[in-house]
Design a protein around this ligand. Structure first.
Ligand SMILES: [Zn+2]
Length: 64
C-alpha cells in the first residue's frame, strides 16, 4: 500500500509549484529548465504547467 499523505498536503504542494512557476514568469525564466537552461517543450508544459525541469533533468533529479 502507498501512503501519499492527505489531499491537503497534495494541494499545498501544488500551490507551492504554482507560486514557483509564477515567480519564474516574473523573473522571465518560465519555460526553461532550471537545471540545464534548455527551453522546455510545449508538450512538457502542457503536461505540467508548473514544470521547471526538462524531461531528462527531471529523470535524473538528485534530492538529498
Ligand atoms: Zn534540463
Amino acid at each position: 500500500m502507498v501512503d501519499e499523505g492527505s489531499d491537503l498536503d497534495r494541494l499545498a504542494a501544488q500551490l507551492d509549484a504554482v507560486e514557483a512557476a509564477m515567480a519564474r514568469l516574473d523573473a522571465g525564466t518560465y519555460g526553461t529548465c532550471e537545471q540545464c537552461g534548455e527551453p522546455l517543450t510545449s508538450s512538457a508544459l502542457e503536461a505540467d504547467v508548473t514544470a521547471s525541469r526538462c524531461a531528462s533533468c527531471a529523470q535524473t533529479r538528485n534530492d538529498g
